[in-house]
Design a binder for this molecule. Structure first.
Ligand SMILES: [Zn+2]
Length: 294
């Protein structure tokens, strides 16, 4: 074969400029994939694998992946791929578990589920139905008022455990303990309040066991109002009913609406205008009645 002919043949088979660019880009992408794989293999655990193990990030809390990024230059739109470090999805579970650990939730509360919630009485059945409906409802507040021993914490724990199952970050506060913490840690109080405001799901237990002081009302309003604005799920149980439609009992001081009208109003509105506000009648334990959502 003549040399000239060979040159010509090679020139014909020489990848075009576009083809060369495509191969180069392909190589660049393969290198990027390789680098991504290498970095992911080198991830070192930062969190206790015994508490929760995640294959994806090897308990490091983050992982690498390629991400397409669109950008514009002088009117033209381009797309490029970059190696990015992402916060791993398991971090939400870890935070939730951590919150659960620090939340003060008892082992007994953790065992409360809708499956083992007893519905011998029709009012218990009704409470359970409302609690289940609340889980996926657009409404953000669930309020249950009634005397000690009527199973308020039980049903609220069932709701809370469902959210734990769904990997939501939760916080459980016994109101008087929370207030005591604030008083003892004035320097830290903003941080404690912020935590209660920001957490995905908040459960305030035993709200206003004693008549609240103005400071206490301000703290509660700050938390409730913030959570209403952010649309965050909030569960409240209290011996204090939100409001009572029973004419005899309507103007009792201990009803929330008389203690704190602003807060009671916000809760009422965001509990589906009372749909998820439950009051358990103040009857002897063996004869408790459920009065619907009033
Ligand atoms: Zn992970």
């Amino acid at each position: 074969m003549e040399f000239g002919k060979l040159d010509k043949l090679m020139a014909e088979h020489e990848p075009s400029k576009e083809e060369q660019e495509r191969i180069l880009a392909l190589n660049k992408r393969e290198q990027l994939i390789e680098k991504c794989r290498r970095l992911n293999n080198q991830l070192k655990p930062r969190f206790d694998s015994n508490v929760y193990h995640c294959e994806r990030c090897n308990d490091s809390g983050s992982y690498y992946q390629l991400e397409k990024v669109k950008y514009e230059v002088e009117g033209g739109e381009y797309e490029d791929e970059y190696l990015v470090c992402n916060r791993c999805e398991c971090m939400k579970v870890r935070e939730s578990l951590e919150a659960l650990k620090h939340s003060g939730i008892t082992e007994k509360m953790k065992r409360e589920t809708f499956d083992n919630y007893r519905t011998d009485e029709s009012w218990q059945k009704s409470i359970k139905e409302k609690a289940i409906k609340f889980l996926d409802s657009e409404e953000t507040f669930f309020y249950i008022g009634g005397y000690t021993g009527s199973g308020k914490t039980k049903i609220c724990s069932c709701i809370l455990n469902k959210y734990v199952e769904r990997e939501k970050a939760i916080l459980y506060l016994v109101w008087r303990d929370f207030m005591a913490d604030l008083m003892e840690n004035i320097d830290n109080s903003n941080k404690l309040i912020k935590e209660a405001q920001d957490i995905e799901v908040l459960y305030i237990d035993d709200l206003y066991k004693f008549p609240p002081k103005d400071f206490e009302k301000r703290v509660l309003y700050g938390i409730i109002n913030y959570r209403v604005n952010k649309g965050l799920k909030t569960i409240i149980s209290s011996e204090t009913k939100l409001k009572n439609s029973d004419a005899k009992e309507q103007y009792k001081y201990e009803d929330m609406i008389n203690i704190d009208l602003a807060v009671a109003g916000r809760i009422w509105e965001n509990a589906g205008n009372g749909e998820f506000v439950i009051s358990i009648a103040n009857e002897p334990k063996y004869n408790i009645r459920f009065r619907g959502n009033v």
